[in-house]
Write a protein that binds this ligand. Structure first.
Ligand code: UDX
Length: 446
């Protein structure tokens, strides 16, 4: 099947590469010529496991190409994915001008049949606007199109794996034709008919639910899923605060809660809070949509407030351990919003760094992949590894639970520190053995 993907950010690039990998002929289109040039030259603008090999292999086989010309990508495509960004406006609403612009350009070019699929995270009812935009701006009377919503649920750092092995595929459609086209598109994944680039042997295709819905329900599912997960994290963080006061251990508490199948154990790890390009933005946008429609979403506002308060919690713990922060050297282990990615968007580590700098501390950080943070946080020094971070530090804060931080030579770290204090912001270190080696260690809710 011929597929066009408009927008080659995280979502678009993964979609394009994975659809080519399962046998489709895909053209990725982006307005930024330098990005297209990088991709055409075999480079990748982002780090994502397995993505480079998928892009290279499928470019070589001729199933994947990139262009900055929307006409080239759209002209022969049966399925057109819109994967452009929807950045937040100051009000918290999503800026949909890129989506509208992409749709208008498709309308001016498409002259046969195309199923236009919204994959960017958008407010409910965007599909209706998309259809209206196509109706108004379509330049060819013979053009036929369906509009669909196919939200993505891929996690950064796991995007290729999640795309090829999803729990569910949601198809929001208005016509049987659109359902047929999209079922055919995803058939290799649903039926396990592809050679998995990740696992030697795997259960590709098993247990995948294809849920066909109306357009608005599909659009809601994405925001509602992310908000629910964010709410779970804030719930665990709220419990962690109580655990500290009453002398309980949040790790035991969430283990006890999570073993109830109705609740489930994932997304209950307490820590310095969630970040990333999705949860903070999606929660804000979802609250905004609900309130615009007169529905009280204060439950989600509270989840957001709890998350934002995590930074103050970190500062309080530091002040308790160090008294004043002014002039003290504080080290950050991990800057990315989570392990497995170089993404620093809404990363709690950067918010913490800004607050510490504002308090007059000297802040030094390191991350295995997220190293381009200098412009984001002026004053934050980035060094090559944890041992450099530890030099002269009065406290280390583990902000991102990269596995390599668990395997550090802690004796070496201790000799370099001015004062051996560790704040384990993700409850990821072996506190007992660190304490036995002479560190003062504080976790979250333990
Ligand atoms: C999320 C959704 O999981 C994915 O389905 C959607 O498509 C995009 O948004 P992502 O932003 O990549 O994916 O990250 P995720 O793994 O969900 O983690 C989000 C944040 O929550 C991270 O900052 C992580 O550190 C934090 N988190 C996660 C916790 O603090 N505790 C947990 O128990 C789990």
């Amino acid at each position: 099947m011929n597929v066009a993907v408009i927008g080659t950010g995280y979502v678009g690039l993964v979609t394009a590469a994975c659809l080519a990998e399962i046998g489709h002929s895909v053209i990725g289109m982006d307005d930024v010529p330098s990005k297209v040039a990088t991709l055409q030259a075999g480079g990748l603008p982002i780090y994502e496991p397995y993505l480079a090999e998928l892009v290279t292999r499928n470019m070589v086989s001729g199933r994947l190409s990139f262009t900055d010309d929307v006409a080239v990508s759209v002209r022969n495509a049966t399925v057109i994915f819109i994967c452009v960004n929807t950045p937040p406006l100051p009000s918290g609403e999503a800026d949909l001008s890129y989506v509208e612009n992409a749709t208008r350009r498709i309308a001016s070019i498409a002259n046969g049949y195309a199923c236009i699929v919204q994959k960017s995270t958008v407010p409910v009812r965007t599909g209706q606007w998309l259809e209206r935009t196509m109706n108004i701006y379509s330049e060819y009377p013979e053009a036929e199109y369906d509009v669909a919503s196919n939200p993505e649920f891929t996690r950064e750092g796991m995007a290729v794996e999640d795309f090829l092995h999803p729990d569910r595929i949601v198809l929001g459609v208005k016509t049987d034709r659109a359902e047929r086209v999209l079922r055919e598109l995803y058939a290799p994944i649903v039926e396990g008919r592809f050679e998995c680039p990740i696992h030697r042997e795997c259960s590709a295709g098993q247990g995948i639910q294809v849920q066909v819905t109306d357009l608005s329900s599909a659009e809601l599912i994405k925001h509602a899923s992310n908000s629910f997960l964010a709410m779970k994290i804030s719930y665990a963080n709220m419990l962690a605060d109580l655990c500290e006061v009453v002398g309980a251990d949040i790790r035991q508490v969430v283990k006890g809660i999570g073993s109830d199948k109705r609740i489930g154990s994932s997304f209950l790890n307490a820590g310095i809070g969630y970040g990333g390009s999705c949860f903070p933005k999606d929660l804000k946008a979802f609250v905004n949509i609900a309130e615009k429609h007169g529905v009280d979403f204060s439950l989600l506002r509270e989840a957001e407030r709890i998350n934002e308060a995590r930074v103050e919690m970190v500062l309080q713990k530091l002040r308790k351990a160090l008294w004043n922060l002014k002039g003290k050297r504080i080290g950050l282990l991990g800057l990315a919003f989570k392990p497995g990615t170089d993404d620093i968007r809404s990363a709690p580590a950067l918010v913490i760094a800004k607050r510490l700098l504002a308090d007059g501390a000297t802040v030094v950080g390191t991350d295995p992949h997220a190293t381009r943070v200098a412009e984001e946080v002026p004053g934050l020094s980035i060094v090559k590894d944890a041992y450099e971070v530890a030099r002269g530090a009065e406290a280390l804060i583990l902000c991102t639970e990269w596995p390599q931080f668990r395997e550090l030579d802690w004796a070496k770290i201790k000799t370099r520190m001015m004062h051996p204090f560790i704040l384990d912001g993700r409850n990821a270190l072996d506190c007992e053995s660190l304490r036995a080696s002479g560190f003062e260690v504080v976790g979250i809710g333990i």
